[in-house]
Design a protein around this ligand. Structure first.
Ligand code: HEM
Ligand code: HEM
Length: 194
């Protein structure tokens, strides 16, 4: 499999980033929703520390993914896909990226504005990115929750769109993003000579 994407398929690096970030978001959503209901105590503190350290890791992955996207190419959309749908796909992907940044950054701002430390798995202490301030902490938490639920809704739409391509249109949009598909099988799907 190629490292880089081509006009027909996603490369190994783009696929790895996509699925690592997707997994990261699902795990983070689970931890976030679970931890807020825990009773005050050491266990809650430990889960909060895990949520914050993993969240920073997801943020780093999203930033690396965006950097990679600048130098990698984007596979073509299937021929015959209406222009408005291509526009909708591009806009929704841009919004996904924006929310993938907004959720962890607002979490970091909330943490900083609340005056809490931010150790990354006990290895480094990350700096505060905002001054200690109650109103700012309140605002950042509202942004964190709202951006998260908007992301969750958009991810559902995103999955529905991917399945629609596969089941109804029977094109390669979903299969070319699957980790176990190689360039060869995708080319075969598109009817290229063997
Ligand atoms: C990367 C993706 C992230 C996701 C998907 C995520 C998701 C969530 C969710 C679902 C909640 C529960 C919200 C609720 O009360 O309904 C939450 C809470 C929280 N998140 Fe995140 N989070 C992320 C990153 C971060 C980061 C990087 C930090 C800090 C550095 C952070 C700090 C917090 C804190 C402190 C809370 C608890 C707020 C409270 O006690 O009410 N999160 N997060
Ligand atoms: C939290 C979960 C997910 C997030 C945040 C996410 C985010 C994204 C983003 C930002 C892109 C645009 C890639 C680019 O143009 O650079 C993308 C592409 C894609 N995603 Fe996801 N994704 C998630 C889960 C899924 C799942 C579960 C599926 C499959 C059912 C899926 C299928 C696809 C496909 C097929 C593409 C390629 C679309 C194309 O060729 O234009 N994604 N995803």
């Amino acid at each position: 499999m190629n490292w880089r994407s081509t006009h027909a398929h996603w490369g190994l690096v783009a696929k790895t980033f996509h699925w690592l970030v997707a997994l990261g978001i699902f795990v983070m959503a689970g931890i976030g929703l679970y931890m807020v209901g825990l009773p005050l105590g050491l266990a809650k503190l430990k889960v909060y520390l895990l949520h914050k350290a993993l969240g920073i890791t997801v943020l780093a992955l999203v930033l690396l993914r965006l950097l990679w996207r600048l130098v990698d190419r984007h596979p073509r959309y299937p021929a015959g896909m209406p222009r408005w749908q291509v526009g909708a796909a591009r806009a929704s992907h841009a919004l996904l990226y924006l929310l993938l940044l907004a959720v962890p950054v607002s979490g970091w701002v909330y943490n900083s504005a609340s005056g809490f430390p931010l150790p990354w798995f006990g290895l480094v202490d990350l700096p505060a990115i905002a001054p200690v301030s109650k109103p700012l902490a309140h605002l950042a938490l509202t942004v964190h929750k709202t951006a998260f639920w908007t992301l969750a809704a958009l991810v559902l739409l995103h999955i529905a769109a991917a399945l629609e391509h596969h089941v109804r249109r029977r094109d390669t949009v979903l299969t070319r993003m699957l980790p176990w598909r190689t360039a060869r099988t995708q080319a075969d799907c598109e009817g290229d000579p063997p």
